[in-house]
Design a protein. Sequence first.
Length: 401
Amino acid sequence: MTIAIIDPTAGVSGDMLLGAILDAGVDPDWLQQLPGRLNCGDVEVRLSRVTRASVSAAKVDFVIPGGDTDIHHHDGHHGRHISDLVNLVGSLPVSEWVRERAVRAFRLIGEAEGKIHGVDPGQVHLHEVGAVDAILDIVGVIEGFERLGITEVYNFPVGLGKGWVQTDHGKLPIPAPATAELLCGCEVISPEYLEGEAVTPTGAALLRVLSSGTPPERWRMRATSWGAGTRDPAGYPNAVRLILADKVAEAGRVEVLVTDIDDIQPEYIAPLRDAIMKAGALDCVTWLTHGKKGRPTYRVEVIAPPSKANAVAEALFRHSTTGGIRRWETTRHTLDRSFLVVEVAPQVEVGVKVLQAPDGPRLKAEFDDVVSAADTLGTPALDVAARAERLAEDLLAGSDS
């Protein structure tokens, strides 16, 4: 599964994230057409490449008739309330996955701004330009991840700037109060070099609705992209980095959990193994041996990531009759691996694991997929597995040519 990791060390905003998404390969025509799709009026989309501290990055600018306002504005005669924007976003022609997160982002902004300024969240007021910009940023970023085929997002700690920001209410400390409220629950850092407003409310809200927080312990880098902010300070790239990665099922450091059970009925070994795997184990093997007084004994040996070892131990105790478990930490050396999905018949797919061995790729069709496909096709499972692996081999050969 491909995941995305947002690196907001230099801060984060909606336009920075949009730039990183475009730099990751999303079709620019999609973004050019976005204002029209979202009924945002006469908005010009300007796309460019810029450098930030010698780093090349994509830059996105929305030129919106009416001037340059921002989300810190709450009063005035021309604008929209958060409640209106929530209703508008709820009716946009986007997927349910996008709609649910976009609505939640606007509600979070309303709650944060309302708490800081003492108004009802739904009555928080955005000037028209700020409202249109927020709609394009929030819906655009969420739909951009969807277009990348990514629904699992994480982030590194968020870089906070320092100083003061000018608003209609006067100068406010950085991070602006509503932004700080939106960042509650997020891990943050305050680098010495980071000056000015590095995180916008829109950027903070997007992290809240998209990210699951700290990335997994292990992942395999696939690609990186950069989205630029407007300022170009000396000494660091004012840009957000987007990392595309593969989740890595294997772990380098693992715990081994072992127990010997001499009073369990054999038919309960299978549900025990299922419970152990559901608890997060990487592998579980059992074999029959002999214990005290010559009694037949099942040895259960489990490999688990250190972060899942306690849950696995609990599953072992709960689903078996054992009274004790031996545990130790060790290193597991594994081959790099990836995953392919092949179509063995129209609308019948089988996953194939690819191990990068020293002598070339080794292929193995996923057993559950094979059994399901064999049942659907009325074909022996061995034949389905062989066909899936042959198709995967052809795919690999084609990608190398």
